[in-house]
Design a protein around this ligand. Structure first.
Ligand code: HEC
Length: 195
């Protein structure tokens, strides 16, 4: 009985401490103050476990379908490139200030994820990171197209990426949605920026 009382008392003090900490404003929410290594570790494990569990039932179309890639490149260029970069297109300045930082989609840490996991991330976004939800604005085919393109990124040179965009009709459409698609190429420091 004595032990139960001590445990309950300890838990009570702990809860009051957490509430006091939260209400005091001591916690620094600034993106310039990185998480402690232990917090980062817990967040990373929680994120990866959550993505693995939630993506287990995802049904994917055939990602080898070349039409999917042609659709995907246009949407990747408009929706993803500014934060993540693309072959020959470094990510935008504002993306340098995001915390956590948007990873290079051609990198091993992204490519080692399963198709189902990547599809799920693009469809649902990642809370409190800046990674948006695309499932509310893009249908299954388009998300599969974007994913098919993401899978091609490690192999694509800047010229091949541009050629793919042309074959996808991006530069020819001239539509309002695509006005940013040319011009930024000039900022490219080197074709290797995305490696
Ligand atoms: C506003 C910036 C922004 C845009 C736009 C954006 N992302 Fe992200 N994305 C992020 C950030 C930040 C992360 C890191 C999330 C994390 O650390 O868990 C991320 C994470 C990801 C990941 C997970 C990588 C990993 O290994 O955990 C994938 C895949 C991804 N984005 C793909 C895309 C695709 C595809 C698009 C376009 C359809 C896109 N993103 C658009 C910011 C963005």
């Amino acid at each position: 009985m004595q032990t139960v009382k001590v445990l309950a008392g300890g838990a009570g003090v702990g809860i009051i401490g957490v509430v006091a900490f939260v209400l005091s404003g001591i916690y620094n929410i600034a993106a310039t103050a990185p998480h402690w290594p232990i917090t980062l570790f817990v967040l990373k494990v929680a994120r990866d476990r959550s993505i693995a569990a939630h993506s287990s039932g995802v049904q994917l179309p055939d990602l080898k379908n070349s039409k999917l890639v042609a659709h995907g490149v246009e949407h990747f260029h408009e929706m993803c490139r500014l934060c993540h970069g693309a072959p020959g297109y470094p990510r935008q300045e504002f993306a340098e200030g995001l915390y956590p930082s948007p990873p290079n989609p051609a990198s091993v840490v992204v490519q080692e994820k399963s198709d189902a996991e990547l599809y799920w991330i693009i469809e649902n976004g990642v809370k409190m990171t800046g990674m948006p939800v695309f499932g509310s604005t893009h249908n299954r085919e388009l998300i599969a197209g974007i994913l098919a393109l993401v899978r091609q990124l490690p192999k694509l040179s800047p010229d091949e990426y541009d050629a793919l965009m042309k074959s996808g009709g991006l530069h020819e459409s001239g539509g309002e949605m695509h006005h940013g698609s040319t011009g930024s190429r000039g900022n490219t420091a080197s074709p290797d920026t995305n490696k």
